[in-house]
Design a protein around this ligand. Structure first.
Ligand SMILES: [Cu+2]
Length: 517
């Protein structure tokens, strides 16, 4: 399925640069160039915390190729992994995919990952959504050169849920993820195990990504220069688990589908084409207290949503499409298919979804140390056309005075995407959605406020927000203020918060926050 793309002409109109072609062609962004480093000898960094961890894995990032489209194979970058010690089911490979193997671990397990960079440029791995010590968080200052190895030691402290891992080198996260470096990190625990949810072949990951191919079946990135940076990369084909025109064969029984938006910048509004509601059971940080029915779900880059879906009552041979519904998200004005479900066999296994999925220990805003004056983060483009947070762009090891928090504190953070209303050039700034990610923890979304100018675009997506439960990434729409409640526990050090539109992030829409004892 080929999507409509915003043309360069549309983009120029959008940013109010009509006729500024020279300006665009003169600009070859730094983050779209490939940096080459001499290969260094193997070197171990990071911290070994455990004598013998329960799970020990060798992970490498390599350049290779894989069959995606008919004809010529596509050059990709990918993660390969191998279990060195511990249960062999700690890794699950997705067949015929460039995606990294799925880590499949238990809460409480001690993990060691030896990450070897076999690319021709710097890289480092971030465990997205996991509560880990700073040495294991994959901050860009820990990026390693080609040939080097970084050792991660951490205990899986997070509850059962669908987390993920991806590269995080400064200015190169967008292209590295785009060329294929990403994988899921699935945590199980006893609470979840007792629910008897669909498991094994009935518990399926669905990683949704958009890509752009040339006539030679090769991935194209950054071809639109400044436009890719401003908007974020937008492809013209949807891949699910690394495959085009994805079809999921199912039986007449319940399934657990783990939807992950692994795209660089595309926001999806997902629904079943026949209007069947979605039963949402989990968000970024695991199970909700109770299942929630939604006509559609809005899934921003980096976010995960799990749905429980029962194909009982469907006829063998029946097809059902998961589609992207039209919305005001960039490049999303039309309906297009994400994947096709093909009912291929009778199993007639029936199972009820429990009414109570989990007991969440949610926190109260009244207990926040700054409940009267939330820490505010203004998301905007500056005059130099950089995406900024409070007027600043990324500095590798610096924090401003208002980016220091205290270990143990519960705080309210407020993200203000105040530039204008509709998408495009408004009030002197450019209005785009920003999916805001905070490293090292899961937070609660406690309030949204939308400006009158932003209302009409917001209305096309907002019924699909699942704000209940735990989150590590929240979509902040143009004209919107979103309050989140977060607690800084267990670990001190320099963590990141940033926009997870990867092109915005690479441009500098990322800052450190420092957790002090
Ligand atoms: Cu952004």
């Amino acid at each position: 399925m080929v999507l409509k793309q915003i043309s360069r002409h549309d983009f120029l109109r959008l940013v109010g640069l009509g006729g500024g072609a020279l300006f665009l062609s003169a600009c070859v962004p730094d983050n779209l160039k490939s940096a080459a480093f001499p290969t260094a000898g193997t070197q171990t960094t990071g911290t070994e915390l455990y004598g013998t961890p329960e799970v020990e894995i060798a992970l490498s990032a390599i350049e290779g190729e894989t069959q995606i489209l008919p004809g010529k194979a596509t050059r990709v970058w990918r993660y390969l992994a191998e279990v060195l010690n511990g249960p062999t089911e700690s890794l699950k490979v997705i067949p015929d995919s460039y995606l990294g193997p799925i880590f499949n671990v238990q809460k409480g397990q001690t993990i060691r990952v030896h990450f070897t960079n076999e690319l021709s440029e710097e890289s480092i791995v971030h465990w997205h959504g996991l509560h880990v010590p700073i040495e294991a968080d994959g901050h860009p200052r820990f990026a390693i050169k080609p040939g080097e190895t970084y050792v991660y030691d951490f205990t899986v402290l997070d509850r059962a849920g669908t987390y993920w891992y991806h590269p995080h080198p400064h200015r190169r996260t967008g292209p590295q993820v785009y060329y294929g470096l990403a994988g899921l990190f699935v945590v199980s625990d006893d609470e979840e195990g007792a629910l008897d949810l669909p498991s094994g072949d009935y518990d399926l990951p669905l990683v949704i990504q958009d890509r752009l191919f040339d006539e030679d079946n090769q991935l194209v990135y950054g071809g639109r220069g400044m436009m890719d940076q401003m908007m974020g990369f937008l492809g013209n084909r949807v891949l699910v688990n690394g495959q085009p025109d994805f079809t999921l064969p199912v039986a007449t029984r319940p399934y657990r589908l783990r939807l992950h938006n692994g795209s660089n910048s595309r926001v999806y509004k997902l629904g079943w084409e026949d209007g069947t509601p979605l039963t949402v059971i989990a968000t970024d940080g695991g199970l909700l207290e109770r299942p929630i029915q939604k006509d559609y779900v809005t899934l921003a880059p980096a976010q995960r949503i799990e749905v429980w879906v029962d194909f009982n009552g469907r006829a063998v041979g029946e097809q059902l499409r998961l589609v992207n519904l039209p919305s005001a998200a960039p490049d999303s004005g039309v309906l297009y298919p994400i994947m096709t479900v093909q009912v291929e066999r009778e199993e007639n296994v029936s199972a009820q979804l429990p009414e109570l999925l989990s007991t969440l220990s949610l926190r109260s805003e009244a207990d926040a140390v700054n409940r009267r004056s939330p820490r505010e983060f203004r998301l905007a483009m500056d005059r130099g056309m950089n995406w900024t947070i409070n007027g600043r762009t990324f500095e590798m090891t610096a924090t401003a005075r208002d980016e220091v928090v205290k270990l143990g504190d519960l705080e309210v953070w407020q993200f203000n995407n105040q530039d204008g209303g509709g998408m495009g050039m408004m009030g002197g700034g450019m209005a785009l959605p920003h999916p805001m990610h905070v490293h090292g923890l899961q937070y609660q979304i406690i309030e949204r406020k939308i400006s009158s100018a932003g209302r009409s675009a917001w209305d096309t997506l907002s019924d699909g927000f699942v704000d209940e439960g735990w989150h590590d990434t929240v979509l902040v729409m143009p004209g919107e203020q979103v309050k989140v409640l977060l607690k800084f526990e267990d670990f001190t050090g320099l963590y990141l918060y940033h926009c997870h539109n990867l092109e915005h992030e690479d441009m500098g829409m990322m800052r450190n926050y420092l957790v002090e004892a």
